[in-house]
Design a binder for this molecule. Structure first.
Ligand code: 5GP
Length: 214
């Protein structure tokens, strides 16, 4: 799960890492927020009306949902077993309220918080990207100040000062976590299988190239 104050550069960061690391899938959330000019239905979000969102809440379709800056956002339930069997990791772009709820349900979820180098940089980025009115920018900054406190209980913080450096850091975290999971898998679940047949499943979550090299 990846969280950040708006303007921290999280969307670009995630996009670049997904281009470079195999076996990652982006969880497309549902939202009642209207699409921005550069956003695609089904790629960035599923854009739905308040009524449809409410029906989904009542139908218990969400793993979690939250209200953020006056709009609702929700993550639908996923077939975790199916993803796991394919060795695919799911990336959730989610606010701190949602991250807390998902962590309660999925204990092995990893939480990463992306921060700009300073509040001053964050303000400059919000102004430069030109998506918000000055009131909205002040509102987002006040929200960010409160939200940053929540980064305390995340596993990792990445300072996004220079995008390529942040990309390398996020990739490193993901690769390290995959190695950790492979270790847990082999020792806690399936050592016998691995010993018998060098593990059809051993190395789940690694790229094909990574698996070949084991
Ligand atoms: P934006 O409108 O700028 O795309 O997103 C606003 C906030 O909503 C961001 O902090 C983003 O991480 C969060 N968000 C996006 N999708 C979800 C979701 O499915 N659940 C929750 N709880 N937050 C989300």
């Amino acid at each position: 799960m990846i969280s950040a104050p708006s303007g921290a550069g999280k969307t670009t960061l995630v996009r670049k890492v997904m281009e470079q690391l195999p076996n990652l899938q982006f969880s497309v959330s549902y939202t009642t927020r209207p699409p921005r000019s550069n956003e695609q239905e089904g790629e960035d979000y599923h854009f739905v009306s308040k009524a449809i969102f409410q029906r989904m809440v009542e139908g218990d379709e969400f793993l979690e949902w939250a209200e953020v800056l006056g709009n609702r956002y929700g993550t639908v339930r996923v077939d975790a077993k199916n993803l796991e069997s394919k060795g695919v990791d799911l990336i959730l772009d989610i606010d701190t309220q949602g991250a807390k709820k998902v962590k309660e349900k999925i204990d092995h979820a990893i939480l990463i918080y992306v921060l700009p180098p300073s509040m001053k940089t964050l303000k400059e980025r919000l102004i430069t990207r030109g998506l918000d009115s000055s009131e909205m920018i002040e509102y987002r900054l006040a929200n960010a100040r409160r939200d940053i406190e929540e980064a305390r209980w995340y596993h990792y913080i990445i300072f996004n000062e220079e995008i390529e450096d942040a990309v390398e850091k996020l990739k490193a975290i993901m690769i390290a976590e995959r190695c950790r999971r492979s270790k847990n898998f082999i020792f806690e679940e399936n050592k016998r299988i691995w010993e018998e047949d060098h593990g059809k499943n051993y190395g789940r979550g690694l790229s094909e190239k990574g698996r070949e090299s084991i």
